[in-house]
Design a protein around this ligand. Structure first.
Ligand SMILES: *Cc1c(COP(=O)(O)O)cnc(C)c1O
Length: 426
């Protein structure tokens, strides 16, 4: 049985398949560049594992307090080696990206301090953490104020507004690398570096945190390489490589990471406690695979943009633009189109392929959200997934794919469902 016969059994027509092949012919150079970045990042991870002398004994499970957990400590050194930071906190006790960011913020902001976002409104779930949308236990309740400088209409930094927003109380500046559920651009590490340099010139002792969600291994540099005091992300996104079933990381200065550890466990205990419960093989192996998994996801994002833009849909980033994260937004213009797109992604999944995604309420989000995710790890968005809030411009955010081949099929099936429903024309 050949490929097209198998694809036909999965509901993919020859017309949609051919359309995809025509688009792919133009992408060879970009795919080669992605493979080169993956090779360098793979080497970076390997070098750190080797330098830190990772051994089979480091995969052992610990329980209880988890004192003297060499595997856990070694993994944190491996992360610190890759991110080039003094310290790292990498734990299954950090439940998700929002939790990691919450730990980083609440550990490094005290009552009377002010937090500044110089890149506009932060990611939806962070709004409750900060108290932009009132929430019990928000930073606002603890007397931490918040200020924001919006981006200019062209998506660049408003340096005058940022300078004006930094004052005596400004203690921490949070920079979100990826666009999240906004339609602004995601920032390159170089752009973030310029912003950090500007902020530190205005106020040398201000701390900078970068929300690095979806950005890891897209570039050769990470925000920690260009001056961030804390670089923060989720293990069920890029750095978990699809294998980590939970977790988050904070890489940064010893001073900041120590405070994060005291906030996560307890003052006085810090990094010394936290049993690994047998999860370390997935953390190590996932980190090892992450550079190539991210490469596959990037190819999927570029393929999606090139396919959909040609059919008249606005894509962010645009088809020809360079990539700063693995997310591809496609403005579909209607709820019906969002449902069709997501049903195609779901139909391509190895798990729950028979399910129909429907919009629903999600904790931390203020509009209904539709999600397609037939994933091994619940809600994992380094696995092939698509989601978006049901609000204009009805943009679907597509990301992930543990293999490029799977990402490709998901995108083709999304287009199949759109054409079947009369929502896109080839
Ligand atoms: C996903 C994401 C988060 C939150 O991570 P969760 O693991 O979903 O809690 C925060 N910021 C950005 C930019 C993200 O993409």
């Amino acid at each position: 049985m050949d490929l097209l016969t198998i694809y036909e059994q999965m509901g993919l027509s020859r017309e949609v398949y051919s359309r995809g092949e025509a688009v792919l012919e133009r992408l060879a150079d970009r795919f080669r560049a992605i493979d080169q970045t993956a090779e360098a990042n793979q080497a970076k991870v390997l070098l750190s594992m080797q330098k830190n002398r990772v051994g089979a004994n480091h995969f052992a499970a610990t329980t209880g307090y988890g004192y003297d957990d060499d595997g856990r400590e070694r993994l944190e050194k491996v992360y610190a080696g890759v991110f080039h930071t003094e310290a790292a906190l990498v734990r299954p006790q950090i439940t998700c990206g929002t939790h990691a960011l919450t730990v980083a913020l609440s550990a490094n902001l005290l009552p009377g301090d002010e937090l500044l976002s110089p890149v506009g409104l932060p990611y939806d779930t962070l709004q409750e953490v900060i108290g932009i949308r009132p929430s019990p236990c928000s930073l606002a309740e603890y007397g931490v104020t918040y200020r924001q400088a919006d981006l200019l209409p062209d998506g660049t930094f408003d340096y005058a507004a940022i300078r004006a927003a930094i004052h005596e109380k400004t203690r921490l500046i949070t920079i979100q690398r990826s666009k999240g559920y906004a339609t602004r651009p995601s920032f390159s590490v170089r752009q973030i570096g310029e912003l950090i340099a500007f902020c530190k010139a205005v106020k040398p002792d201000v701390k900078i945190m970068v929300d690095n969600c979806y950005g890891e291994f897209v570039d050769l540099l990470e925000p920690s390489d260009i001056g961030a005091d804390m670089t923060v992300g989720s293990l069920i996104k890029n750095p978990g490589g699809g294998l980590a079933p939970i977790g988050g990381y904070i890489c940064g200065t010893r001073e900041c990471v120590d405070r994060c550890a005291y906030r996560l466990s307890a003052p006085g205990l810090g990094q010394e406690v936290g049993a690994n419960l047998g999860i370390l093989p997935a953390f190590y192996q996932g980190f090892f695979l992450a550079p190539t998994v991210v490469a596959g996801a990037l190819k999927g994002a570029i393929f999606a943009a090139n396919l959909y833009e040609e059919l008249g849909f606005r894509c962010i980033p645009a088809a020809a633009e360079p990539r700063n994260d693995i997310i591809q937004a496609v403005e579909l213009g209607s709820e019906a189109a969002m449902r069709a797109f997501c049903s195609g992604i779901q139909a391509a999944a190895p798990v729950d392929s028979f399910a129909a995604p429907v919009p629903g309420d999600m904790p931390g989000y203020d509009s209904q959200v539709i999600m397609a995710a037939g994933t091994f790890v619940q809600g994992s968005s380094i696995e092939l997934s698509a989601d978006g809030p049901i609000r204009p411009p009805y943009a679907v955010y597509f990301q992930g794919g543990l293999t490029w081949q799977h990402a490709k099929l998901g995108i083709l099936l999304s287009l199949q469902k759109m054409t079947d429903g009369g929502l896109a024309a080839l």
